[in-house]
Design a protein around this ligand. Structure first.
Ligand code: KIV
Ligand code: ZN
Length: 388
């Protein structure tokens, strides 16, 4: 049976760009949007046009150049926001308006000072109005993670009646546990009236480090869109990482789910976003961190040199990394040293390796990492010619 497709909704340029101090200019946004389109994302959330003239212009320019993906713009459940978003999306081949309102008790009370009935009315009015501009309208129930499931199902049923095509269920505060978020999706897929006319979308924040786990729980339980960012960037602890979701689905074919993403472009776009935002990727970040395919302990290095599958579940080439790296440290063994020596042109006999290894350990105890120049120097000064 063919895998079912999960839509990838990239919000690097909207929710991702809300990282404090990491502003992108219009040119940088256009380049990233082009790369996202080539990567194969289904939806690019280009911005929040009413927020500033600069954001309006960026969304408008992205809408003009994107060839394949749907281009989406965020709004509040406010008429003026929706009109401005529709204007910014005018030239998009496939435009989507993403509108919504908070549905949790705390959002209703403190942000809107509104009753449940008033929240439903505003939600329905926003979707109805957005539908007068575009066919594709996504509704978000902000803070759905902390919203009562019955009320959430009621809001979702009403906005579907008004024409919503996608229901976004954000865990805005990154509070849910995977079981809880998965159960929420299951409940909605079984209790929202008219759910067959819309798809459920995961939008998870990473405040407890669970954004990816929650998104995966969401798709296992019926969601068919994941909202995510490159490198998991975003406000506070960030959003779900696009690269993690894509590779989890790919590495677990038994889930029967996949995406349209060309994973070989992941490493390149990770660097592009990191460089453009001036935001480094933590070295141990899954899939795209500098150490994601680097091995430094002797036991692991020996295994990987014999067969990389011993300690690698992903072929680095599948995510655009040339090859795994063997890092020489004081924890490395002879196999790693011989491997690196060979890479720089030395074929050492067993006896030669014994001598060079003793010298290598002295250097390794002094340094964090022994680089190729050090290996070259150790071999040339080890007088192994006499032993050979
Ligand atoms: O986290 C959130 O709730 C959001 C919505 C505005 C979609 O980003
Ligand atoms: Zn968000």
């Amino acid at each position: 049976m063919e895998n079912q497709k999960v839509q990838i909704f990239d919000t690097t340029l909207r929710d991702g760009e809300q990282v404090p101090g990491c502003k992108l200019n219009k040119e940088q946004k256009l380049i990233i949007a082009q790369h996202l389109d080539e990567l194969g994302v289904d939806v690019i959330e280009a911005g929040f046009p009413v927020s500033s003239p600069g954001d309006f212009e960026s969304v408008q320019s992205i809408a003009k150049i994107v060839k394949n993906a749907t281009v989406c713009a965020l709004t509040r459940a406010v008429k003026n926001d929706i009109e401005i978003a529709a204007k910014a999306l005018k030239y998009a081949k496939n435009p989507r308006i993403h509108t919504g309102i908070g549905t949790s008790d705390s959002h209703m009370k403190y942000k809107f000072n509104a009753s449940k009935e008033e929240i439903i009315e505003r939600a329905v009015n926003a979707v109805t109005y957005a539908k007068t501009f575009v066919d594709d309208v996504e509704f978000y129930a902000e803070d759905a993670g902390r919203t009562d499931n019955d009320f959430l199902a009621e809001v979702c049923s009403e906005v579907i009646k008004a024409g919503a095509t996608v229901l976004n269920i954000p865990d805005t505060t990154g509070y849910c546990l995977p079981e809880e978020y998965g159960a929420k999706m299951k409940y909605l897929s079984e209790n929202v009236v008219g759910i067959e006319k819309a798809i459920l979308s995961c939008h998870c924040h990473n405040d407890l480090g669970l954004a990816t786990a929650n998104s995966i729980a969401g798709v296992i339980n019926g969601a068919r869109q994941v909202e995510c960012t490159i490198n998991g960037i975003g406000e506070r602890a960030g959003n779900t990482s696009l690269e993690e979701v894509v590779m989890i689905l790919r590495q677990h074919p038994t889930l029967g789910l996949d995406t349209h993403i060309n994973s070989r472009l992941l490493n390149e776009i990770s660097h592009l976003v990191s460089d453009s935002m001036g935001m480094i990727v933590q070295p141990n970040k899954a899939i795209v961190g500098a150490n994601a395919f680097a091995h430094s302990s002797g036991i692991h290095q020996d295994g990987v040199i014999k067969n990389r599958e011993t300690y690698e579940i992903i072929n680095p080439a599948d995510v655009g990394v040339n090859e795994s790296s063997i890092i020489l440290t004081a924890r490395s063994g002879r196999a790693a040293l011989a491997y690196r020596a060979k890479k720089i042109g030395y074929e050492l006999t067993k006896l030669q390796l014994d001598v060079v290894y003793r010298e290598f350990l002295k250097v390794a105890d002094r340094k964090k990492e022994v680089i190729d120049d050090d290996v070259h120097f150790i071999i040339e000064t080890s007088k192994i010619g006499i032993l050979a």
